[in-house]
Ligand binder design. Structure first.
Ligand SMILES: [Zn+2]
Length: 179
């Protein structure tokens, strides 16, 4: 009863592996350091068996219209890919960024996150990956409507790179400021 998820083994589901009862009780929950999985100690109220499950964390994204959808790393990667057309970005860089965004969001320990937060979480690593992709993505996600919006963003991006070049804290407000 082993499923694969994100390359990790997930043992069982939430069903009792002994009697297949599907409404088992959680006794203890432990979150992994990377935020991607949780280990749960469960007990079956029907047969009394105790067992441990390794589960992927479910994260719901709240969209602008108020509807919800499960977080999808593939969707994050597709969005960045679209902004990266004709740019020389490697496949593994997209994958790395997708994983980074997922870890960032899930490590926050919240069950629901707004699509705006997802956009912000994408912009941070994108800044280091490719300037043009960053600006394209920012222009869509932050609804740029004028040349000034671009200028402001470019200015912040330059400031960010300057600070990085001087070895200062990379975690600066350039992304956050734009709200
Ligand atoms: Zn059972």
């Amino acid at each position: 009863m082993v499923r694969r998820h994100h390359g990790r083994a997930i043992v069982g589901g939430m069903d009792c592996p002994f009697c297949k009862y599907n409404d088992t009780k959680v006794i203890r929950t432990l979150r992994s350091d990377d935020g991607l999985t949780i280990t749960r100690r469960r007990e079956c109220p029907r047969c009394g068996a105790r067992f441990t499950t390794l589960e992927a964390i479910e994260l719901q994204i709240i969209k602008h219209d108020g509807s919800r959808e499960p977080f999808s790393r593939a969707k994050v990667i597709n969005g960045v890919r679209k902004a990266s057309q004709n740019l020389d970005i490697k496949d593994e860089d997209f994958k790395k960024l997708g994983l980074e965004v997922e870890e960032d969001l899930k490590a926050r320990g919240e069950a629901e996150i707004s699509s705006d937060e997802v956009g912000k979480a994408i912009l941070k690593p994108l800044r280091d990956l490719n300037d043009v992709a960053y600006l394209r993505f920012a222009s869509v996600y932050q609804d740029f409507s004028s040349l000034d919006d671009f200028k402001k963003s470019i200015h912040q991006l330059e400031g960010y790179h300057r600070r990085c070049a001087h070895g200062q804290q990379a975690d600066d407000p350039a992304v956050d400021q734009e709200n």
